[in-house]
Design a protein around this ligand. Sequence first.
Ligand SMILES: [Zn+2]
Length: 485
Amino acid sequence: MKPIFVFVISALITTACSRVSPEMQVIHDAAEALGGQARIQEIKTLVIEGEGTAPNLGQNITPDSDLPVWKVTKFSRVIDPANSRMRVKQVREAQFLFAGETVQTQEYGVDGEVAYSIGQDGAAARVSEWVARERQREMLHHPIVIIRAALQSESKLSNLRSEGDLQLVDVTTAKGDTFTLAVNGTTKLPERVSSMSYNDNLGDVVIETSFSTYEDLAGLKMPKGLTTKTDKYPQFDLLVTKNSVNADAGDFAAPEALKAAQVPPRSLPVTVTAQEVGKGIWWLAGSGNHRSILFEFDDHLTLFEVPLNEMRTLAVIDTARTLRPDKPLTHAIVSHHHFDHSGGLRAAVARGLTIITYRDNVEFFKQLVARKHSIVQDALARTPQPLKIEPVDEELTLKDRSMEVRLYHLKDNPREGTNLFAYIPRDRMLVQADMYDSGWLQHPWGDNLPFNIKLHNLQVEKSVPVHGTVQSYADVLKTIASHRG
Ligand SMILES: [Zn+2]
């Protein structure tokens, strides 16, 4: 009887194999078009070298203008798909006015759950589990790597649909990440892959990489163009100068010491200090280089800047409320839309604050407040509040018996078109973001600061900034003169 039993089993296997799901058929066809399943499974390393442009998200002159870009040179990405390892190295050069290092070398990697960055001195530092997960997803934004993952028996394929000449399949990996793969119906080559991510400012976002210009490397097809966008924003446009398969890429496993190192949290803990810099005016500094300024009016408090992210902003709001517990904190002036300055917008709205900002930020702020934050539920997602917003035209004076704060739209700044700064006449004090930071390496838009001060005939004696340290205005001008960009 035994031989018959064996026959029945093998017949069942044959039947199961011949009943490939329509989704798996798309993956099989794509694998065939790329060079065959066997070739894809055998891959030890992929080395992708090239150059391109990487826009700087959330740093445009106005909320709707094009993003400033980094020119990326000497880009290389090494992938070992079997071991879930990747290392990326690149040099980037700022193609915009920039006060920091305009040429930067960056190197980072991921090895399974261990993500790390490599500093200028060659030392590796562990980064958060969140980043490790992001990089694991980034690795799969390549046609060979995503098809290889889709072929794994633990992966789940679902939701076949078509879009024009494209066939779309959802691929959920063993780690639980879902990717949407779009395969060309004619060539059967992958055209793009997308996955969800979370951005503190934008909330839930789709990250999508499109592939173009496939070349043949001894029977294996590799794209020469990879274009990534986050939501509607272009993120990286890579032109591959050299694809290599199974080249010796050296050892790019995570260093042993890192695997045992403590994993830092996604956001570092925040401290907020309060220094009274004038009667009823506090400079809220502490950790990091994003500060806020608190103004005391007769019957309420107003913050200048809710920066960086929710964690920073909630800590700032909590501190502000301890300084004059008898007066409610009711308003937040948001200097401009750059993501590191509007990062606390949603947190401020969640705490019931009315937002004051330049008129050209209003539409964008409405969009930020309306966006979906389900991957990470931020304070506003947990406790929805309506946006209360007061647009400022060219100037606005906030004044009562206790305090006078004049707000001015920053004019003719080559980097920021929607920025508001403040002047407190009683204290001859300038409160500003991004016009000047005492720590900058150079001041390429330094002349714009005194230009704006003279424009309104302000008698500034002291600068109380969002970035950098409190200084006399004379020292500010001296620093700008000595480090002209
Ligand atoms: Zn800034």
